[in-house]
Design a protein around this ligand. Structure first.
Ligand SMILES: [Zn+2]
Length: 182
């Protein structure tokens, strides 16, 4: 099934990873019944709100309660995608209403959508054609802060340095990106 997507390793604070070391992995969703079970167990007030998700390296969607850490949802491992996801109850069952790549723990690129779409299709969950919210992450080359770029404002929130507009090498696994002539 899935396999072509790139893997993202956890890039967030080490103390966050340590603090969730004992937290359970996200609930695997391999069928609509799996999703029903997860949502039935969720707090009713949370069902319309975004949950934490990752796509594990096997290509499976894993869900955790809202505001859970992505690294806990992933069992501390690498992911093919991560972000927030919300569901809506439609006639044929639950479908994805909103989905984003918003995870400061993994900073997945917007093109991680392919892995998210594959996981949802494989599980038989209805989905949109693309992320409903796609965010862009850039690591500051001066101070190392991971920034979430808003409104095309490529400036580090921590030190004010200009952020690279090109995806930076460490996040794309293309070590020669800096050497390409442009
Ligand atoms: Zn900075």
């Amino acid at each position: 099934m899935v396999g072509a997507g790139r893997r993202y390793r956890y890039v967030g604070p080490a103390d966050v990873r340590a603090s969730v070391a004992d937290a359970p992995e996200g609930w695997p969703v391999r069928s609509p019944a799996d999703l029903d079970t997860f949502l039935a167990a969720a707090d009713p007030r949370d069902r319309d709100e975004p949950f934490t998700y990752v796509i594990d390296t096997g290509g499976t969607l894993r869900l955790a309660p809202r505001r859970s850490e992505h690294v806990a949802c992933a069992g501390g491992g690498e992911v093919l995608g991560a972000g927030e996801i919300a569901f809506a109850d439609e006639r044929d069952g639950w479908v994805v209403a909103e989905v984003s790549n918003q995870s400061t723990g993994y900073c997945p690129n917007p093109n991680s959508w392919a892995a998210v779409a594959d996981a949802l299709d494989w599980a038989g969950i209805g989905r949109p054609e693309a992320f409903t919210v796609a965010v862009v992450f850039r690591r500051c080359l001066d101070c190392g802060e991971h920034n979430l770029v808003r409104d095309d404002d490529y400036m580090c929130v921590l030190c004010g340095a200009e952020l690279p507009e090109d995806v930076e090498p460490r996040l794309t696994a293309q070590p020669s990106a800096d050497q390409r002539s442009r």
